[in-house]
Design a protein around this ligand. Structure first.
Ligand SMILES: CC(C)(COP(=O)(O)OP(=O)(O)OC[C@H]1O[C@@H](n2cnc3c(N)ncnc32)[C@H](O)[C@@H]1OP(=O)(O)O)[C@@H](O)C(=O)NCCC(=O)NCCS
Length: 155
């Protein structure tokens, strides 16, 4: 499972499976990407080790620059994106698009859903461009009281 993202010449990001060995890199990435919502260490260990999770990293310049994890819930026939993030200096290069599309290509369920802060315009644009549609709104879902927009896509 490896795909190369077209990027600036000489600096492609490679999408590949993540493992528990990526814990420190993931911790850094989560703190940078989610300064207000970063997961505790235990959740990061879980997302790197639990079964039924598709976990992918984007590697560039010898470091993890992006990450996605998706929970597969076979009983619901649905995958849920648990987290996706790209380091700021590597954004706007198609890396999140590649992470999400590679993840979608490896799912064994017909539907994928995710939640996003209603104010997160960058992420909502990404998902909309990739065919995600509004499913519902979870009122005051986040700790600071912001609503979550829940989007879904049939694969
Ligand atoms: C949301 C997030 C993951 C997007 O990551 P990204 O790698 O910048 O996403 P992409 O590069 O695939 O797409 C972003 C834009 O760059 C554009 N782009 C892609 N490749 C490009 C290139 N080579 N040159 C110029 N622009 C490009 C895309 O078309 C897209 O444009 P759009 O915003 O008008 O749709 C990133 O902003 C992030 O990590 N944010 C913080 C964490 C977060 O909010 N995660 C989502 C939680 S639900």
């Amino acid at each position: 499972m490896v795909s190369v993202v077209s990027d600036t010449p000489g600096s492609p990001a490679i999408i590949e499976p993540a493992t528990w060995r990526d814990l420190n890199s993931l911790r850094h990435l989560e703190q940078v990407c989610f300064p207000d919502d970063a997961w505790p260490l235990w959740d990061l260990i879980g997302v790197l080790t639990f079964p039924n999770v598709v976990r992918l990293k984007a590697m560039s310049d010898g470091q993890m620059v992006g990450f996605i994890a998706t929970d597969i819930r076979r009983a619901e026939q649905t995958a849920w994106v648990a987290t996706i993030g790209v380091l700021p200096e590597y954004r706007q290069k198609g890396i999140a698009t590649a992470l999400l599309q590679t993840c979608e290509n490896h799912l064994v369920v017909p539907r994928i859903r995710l939640s996003v802060r209603v104010s997160n315009d960058d992420a909502i644009r990404l998902y909309t461009r990739l065919g995600y549609q509004r499913w519902r709104v979870w009122s005051r879902y986040y700790a600071d009281g912001e609503d979550a927009l829940v989007l879904e896509k049939y694969l």
